[in-house]
Design a protein around this ligand. Structure first.
Ligand code: AMP
Length: 171
């Protein structure tokens, strides 16, 4: 995964002071790196049993839909409030300052379906935890969580102990 670490770039103080943003756009732009990323994510979940892939807005869509295509699984989106057209359920979670809310269509998951959650980056785990909570409220089972980047020093995986957590690159 050297190609990933060489291309993921640090943007200091984005989107606010004190955050070092891990920018994956150079990875998306490189055919070799993007292919290695999607193939690497698919390898990480090869032993997991799941029916659908859930991607978290917005970079989770780029990776999740590519994985859906490769692995022949359907895709369901978790989005910011007000973006999904049909009836939704919401889950809110706390940030360092304030709260965030994410939504899913109320018919996105059938009871008993197993779902793989995908996002570009695991930081504190709040977003992934909220996505998992939406799936469980609809009667689904979280089969696993997979990320390109894990900021391991933030211990985000402690917040999502209900299923295996895998990542391609750790900082
Ligand atoms: P968290 O809920 O704290 O795990 O944050 C994860 C979500 O926020 C993911 O959707 C990431 O894309 C985004 N995110 C959080 N921190 C960063 C960071 N340092 N660089 C890039 N994206 C981040």
């Amino acid at each position: 995964m050297d190609i990933l670490t060489s291309l993921i770039r640090d943007i200091p103080d984005f989107p606010k002071k004190g955050i070092i943003f891990k920018d994956i756009t150079p990875v998306l732009k490189s055919p070799e790196a993007f292919t290695a990323t999607v193939d690497g994510l698919a390898d990480l979940v090869a032993d997991m049993d799941f029916d659908l892939i859930c991607g978290i807005e917005s970079r989770g869509f780029l990776l999740g839909t590519a994985m859906s295509y490769t692995l022949n699984r359907g895709f369901i989106p978790v989005r910011k409030p007000g973006k999904l057209p049909y009836r939704t359920i919401q889950e809110s979670y706390s940030l360092e300052y304030g709260t965030n809310t994410v939504e899913m269509h109320e018919d996105a998951v059938e009871p008993g379906q197993r779902i793989l959650i995908v996002d570009d980056l695991l930081a504190t785990g709040g977003t992934a935890h909220a996505a998992g909570a939406l799936i469980r409220r609809l009667g689904g089972v979280v089969a696993g969580y997979v990320f390109v980047v894990e900021l391991a020093f933030l211990d985000g995986r402690d917040r999502i102990p209900d299923a295996p957590v895998r990542s391609l690159v750790q900082y």
